[in-house]
Design a protein. Structure first.
Length: 306
């Protein structure tokens, strides 16, 4: 995991002043049995599992702040989170200590000291998501937790005899043509959950790629999406729209209309299931190490010497 830093912005306020140290971790998880990232009373969440693991280490800490609030069922290869603590622990101590106390569907890959109130959520330059789609005459139980499996029903009608290749089920060229329309800065109001009422709906997509034969498997399709920010269910609605285009239910020519200011959720395609989506990478625009000059004492604290 690379923690990169360059630009400084406003500080994210978090813990009480007595947490004098900060830790930033990179973790992966199988989201199948979690109700998403964010802690919720009475529900199993990734944030909750991580906070329980810190508690079991016997270390006083502030709330864990995740960079991406993944939904229920969504996986992550490289989620980034930070939290304030009362004592210093070596990097290997955090990695081994947390992994020994976390459930089997969560792993900590790396840990670095950081500014005690650093919040990676506000400093992500871009995030990369990958969505896997599998097509075939019969389901593959070995990949059921990581891919949206589609059978022959409702697939493209212009194909001949369907074999193993995904092109026999989805029009890949049409999907790739539609994916190119997402590139750049657009109004994505049609690609957010219908109940999402946020005012800022403009997002910048750096990459939207439709990759057939992913990982050497002719029955797998990967849709890679890289952007500066995402709204709730945005990637899943983009994927659902691309699949609808591949099936012939929508046209690639419909996408520019979906990206207009007068568009709404009804204009875009379906929402793809959560289990096919994985948070692959987060690129940080800024990473605040523990010795940054702006780590000044809070009001009432004595001056600190370096």
């Amino acid at each position: 995991m690379a923690f990169r830093a360059s630009v400084r912005g406003d500080l994210a306020m978090g813990e009480m002043p007595h947490f004098m140290h900060g830790v930033c971790v990179c973790l992966g998880y199988d989201g199948t049995d979690f109700h998403g990232w964010q802690a919720q009373p009475g529900l199993r969440t990734v944030q909750g599992a991580l906070e329980k693991a810190i508690d079991r280490m016997g270390i006083e800490h502030g709330p864990v702040r995740g960079c991406s609030r993944t939904d229920a069922g969504v996986h992550a290869m490289a989620q980034i989170a930070s939290f304030g603590v009362g004592i210093e622990v070596p990097r290997e101590g955090w990695i081994s200590g947390l992994n020994a106390r976390l459930p089997e569907d969560v792993v900590v890959h790396d840990a670095q000291p950081c500014y005690r109130r650093y919040n990676p959520r506000f400093h992500a330059a871009h995030k990369r998501y990958r969505y896997l789609v599998r097509c075939g005459q019969r389901r593959d139980p070995m990949i059921r937790r990581q891919a949206w499996q589609l059978g022959p029903k409702g697939m493209r009608r212009d194909a001949g005899r369907r074999g193993e290749a995904i092109a026999g089920y989805l029009d890949i060229e049409a999907m790739q043509s539609a994916a190119a329309c997402f590139l750049g800065t657009h109004d994505f109001r049609a690609f957010r959950q219908s109940g999402d009422q946020r005012q800022i709906v403009v997002r910048k997509m750096l990459e939207v790629a439709v990759v057939p034969g992913w990982n050497g498997r002719p029955d797998l399709l990967a849709i890679e999406v890289v952007g500066n920010s995402f709204m709730k269910n945005m990637v899943r609605i983009m994927v659902g729209t691309l699949v609808d285009i591949g099936r012939g239910w929508l046209s690639a020519a419909d996408v520019p209309r979906m990206l207009r200011e007068d568009s709404d959720r009804a204009h875009a395609g379906q929402t793809a299931p959560a289990h096919g989506l994985t948070l692959v990478e987060i690129e940080l625009a800024r990473f605040d190490g523990p010795g940054d000059a702006f780590d000044r004492p809070m009001p009432g604290e004595p001056p600190r010497r370096r």
